[in-house]
Design a protein around this ligand. Structure first.
Ligand code: SF4
Ligand code: SF4
Ligand code: SF4
Length: 297
């Protein structure tokens, strides 16, 4: 029993992650079909397995995470999106609403943006989002203070509301929810638009501009992520040398060091739990944990 509890404690993030995906898969199976159970169990298994791998090979943390993100993102975009025709992007929710149906987009919103954030914050962004993978590969971390524009809720919510209005307009004119050819062209066009605007904006206003400033999914999950069970936590803040490598490596331009100096968990609503700050810290100050676990008060 003692060994069992030690194993559970050691791998608790992986077990919780797998458990959440399993439960979600079972629930969605009840409403839709068994393919959703396979999908969520598969994603949960990959996420858990990579988290265990990282525990044994922490130096490979970013390679393993990006490999996972590429695999899941490629599957969601190319197989489910372009081949099967399931659109996971935000406007699809309103195309479907207009047509009176439920497809992957609404399920993605509920699972990744309304349930998962209570446990793993915006973790979907650093482990499954294909646009996030593209930005991570192409967006330099611009830290020129003259250029950086920080997130504005006014801009983010205006963009979201504008997108909802545009989506209903497009649904009224072309009805992409029931027209598979139209839907595929929309998927291609929308992804090209997001990639281009994110790529261009980053050069003017700093790293991951689209994610930080505009993405409607972030706007929604960012309301919940500050209450996440798991967060980046300073487990021994007294070892911090104020080198600021964590700040320099954060793609969301979060002032990690300030949180560390105040012995506070990273509570920023835009943290995507990429763990780049953990990888950058040579003093082992940071860890992904439950509330104040191991923290020196
Ligand atoms: S913020 Fe949006 S585009 Fe960026 S990684 Fe998250 S879901 Fe993807
Ligand atoms: S604070 Fe750390 S985990 Fe969060 S986005 Fe920045 S580097 Fe990634
Ligand atoms: S990288 Fe580590 S030691 Fe350096 S400022 Fe950040 S938390 Fe402190």
């Amino acid at each position: 029993m003692k060994i069992f509890l030690q194993v559970v404690n050691k791998f608790k993030i992986s077990l919780i992650s797998f458990g959440i995906f399993l439960i979600i898969g079972l629930i969605v199976w009840g409403f839709r079909n068994i393919m959703y159970l396979y999908l969520f169990v598969g994603i949960g298994f990959l996420d858990s397995a990579t988290r265990i791998l990282i525990q044994y090979f922490p130096k490979a943390r970013q390679f393993v995470r990006l490999s996972l993100q590429f695999t899941i993102g490629f599957f969601l975009l190319v197989w489910l999106g372009l081949i099967i025709g399931v659109n996971f992007q935000f406007p699809e929710i309103f195309f479907d609403t207009y047509a009176g149906i439920i497809t992957g987009a609404l399920i993605q919103l509920i699972v990744a943006r309304l349930i998962l954030p209570f446990f793993l914050g915006n973790g979907f962004c650093s482990r499954a989002c294909w646009t996030g993978f593209f930005f991570e590969m192409t967006n330099p971390i611009v830290r020129d203070k003259r250029k950086i524009i920080h997130r504005s809720n006014y801009i983010a919510w205006s963009y979201l509301i504008g997108l909802v209005c545009l989506s209903f307009f497009v649904a009224f004119i072309w009805d992409p929810a029931t027209n598979i050819e139209m839907r595929k062209w929309w998927i291609i066009g929308e992804n090209l638009f997001i990639a281009s605007i994110g790529f261009i904006l980053t050069f003017f206003i700093g790293s991951r501009a689209y994610c930080r400033m505009l993405c409607p999914f972030m706007t929604i999950s960012g309301l919940i992520s500050p209450y996440s069970l798991f967060k980046i936590t300073p487990i021994n803040f007294s070892k911090c040398t104020n080198c600021r490598l964590c700040n320099k490596n954060c793609p969301m331009l979060i002032k990690v060091e300030t949180y560390v100096n105040n012995n506070k968990r990273i509570n920023d609503p835009t943290c995507i739990l990429c763990e780049r700050c953990i990888s950058a810290c040579t003093e082992g100050v940071l860890k992904l944990t439950t509330k104040n676990e191991l923290a020196i008060k």
